[in-house]
Design a binder for this molecule. Sequence first.
Ligand code: NAI
Ligand code: UGA
Length: 430
Amino acid sequence: MKLSIIGSGYVGTTIAACFAELGHDVVNVDIDEDIVAALNDGRSPIHEPGLDELVAEHAGDRLRATTDYEEILDTDATFLALPTPATDDGSIDLGAVKAASTSLGETLAAKDDYHLVVTKSTVVPTTTEEVVGPRIAAASGKTVGEEFDIAMNPEFQREGTAVEDFLAPDKIVLGAHTDRAYDLLDDIFAPLVERADEPPVVKTGIREAEMIKYANNAFLAAKISLANDLANICKEFGVDSAEVLDAIGLDSRIGSAFLGAGLGWGGSCFPKDTAAIIAAARGRGYEPRLLQAAVDVNDGQPERMLDLLRERFDPEGKRVAVLGLSFKPGTDDIRGSRSIPLVEALLDAGADVVGYDPVATENMRELFPDIDYADSAAAALVDADAALVATDWDEFAALDEQFDEMREPVVIDGRRIVTRRDGIDYESLV
Ligand SMILES: NC(=O)C1=CN([C@@H]2O[C@H](COP(=O)(O)OP(=O)(O)OC[C@H]3O[C@@H](n4cnc5c(N)ncnc54)[C@H](O)[C@@H]3O)[C@@H](O)[C@H]2O)C=CC1
Ligand SMILES: O=C(O)[C@H]1O[C@H](OP(=O)(O)OP(=O)(O)OC[C@H]2O[C@@H](n3ccc(=O)[nH]c3=O)[C@H](O)[C@@H]2O)[C@H](O)[C@@H](O)[C@@H]1O
């Protein structure tokens, strides 16, 4: 089939390359010329394991990119993979979705036959029906459900395993209103369903599909926050939280995934998606207390870590190493990273901060240009008065004699990754 994808960031590039791998003919439309040039050169504009190989293999053949919306006319369906960031009050910013929907509508005005528009972006319930559809209709002069259909297909890929997650999904969710839209979606996803060994395909309404995405992320974020709440209680009683969480994870009704307690969740999606669905619920007059509590617990973890440091000394004038700057291991992405509130609070307290991350240093430097950055964890530890471990990079588990180079061997571990031993003043956050 011929597919167009508007937006070629983390999601748009991954799904474009994967759809090409599945045999579809794909064109990516993006307003960023560098991204378009990279894709047409056979290079992935983002770093994801396995993506460079797929882009290199299919670019110039079943995969191409353009800044020209006109190329959509030659395709059967368009996926919208546009950013949906949070505004200052946490609610969803639909600026890019609105602009692209209007551009798509203006383009589709010239199309003679049927077209399917699929929202891939994470959007609050009713957005596809009340924002995307009407904008395309107004700009194209066409009618939803007649000359074109709208649909919603949420994406569950994680950064760092995006290709693998897309090609071997736990489920595929297809939200639509018409048989024609479901039939086309079936054709698009048939090669994936076959390759992935028949994962469940959930056929549902459009706003249900939109909500499934938020419910999925909210549940995972809340699960981590509940693990953190329980782990904080464990700490008060001198109970080993890892043993408790490992044991409850053996209950098949609970499951062991996403019970990793520590400094909490960050990233480009859990923080913005929990904020967006909370704001949307409030907008309808419902107060989502449990979700708000999940956010509050998450916001409290960095402060608890700093308390453990303050119990030892006032950070003013002390050199503090922050080990791990990315929001999780395996990525250079620092969006929503839990290391950010740590660095901010340390700077506020007058500490001399040195950061280290295997890959995220340059991104962090843009946010905090004035702190020191070390080339290795070992270098960050030299003459430090304390080390705060913020990300669970494997290499931190191997640190040992490097701690002997610290002025004061105070190690506060936000991810339970460092091996405790005599000679280190070690304390785990949970
Ligand atoms: N990053 C992730 O791992 C996941 C993201 N999502 C959701 O997918 C959506 C997209 O997220 P990302 O790919 O991370 O965003 P991104 O910011 O990496 O990429 C968005 C792309 O859209 C382009 N763009 C913006 N306005 C445009 C317009 N008018 N016309 C054409 N292109 C335009 C930008 O240049 C950029 O390349 C969001 O709603 C996000 O919540 C869902 C699951 C996973
Ligand atoms: O909507 C999205 O963008 C994506 O958000 C998350 O994916 P991602 O943000 O890439 O990363 P995760 O692996 O889920 O980790 C998120 C955060 O939770 C933290 N985490 C994760 C697991 C855990 O047990 N404990 C924990 O603190 C990680 O350190 C990280 O800061 C979801 O897992 C994806 O399914 C979803 O598609």
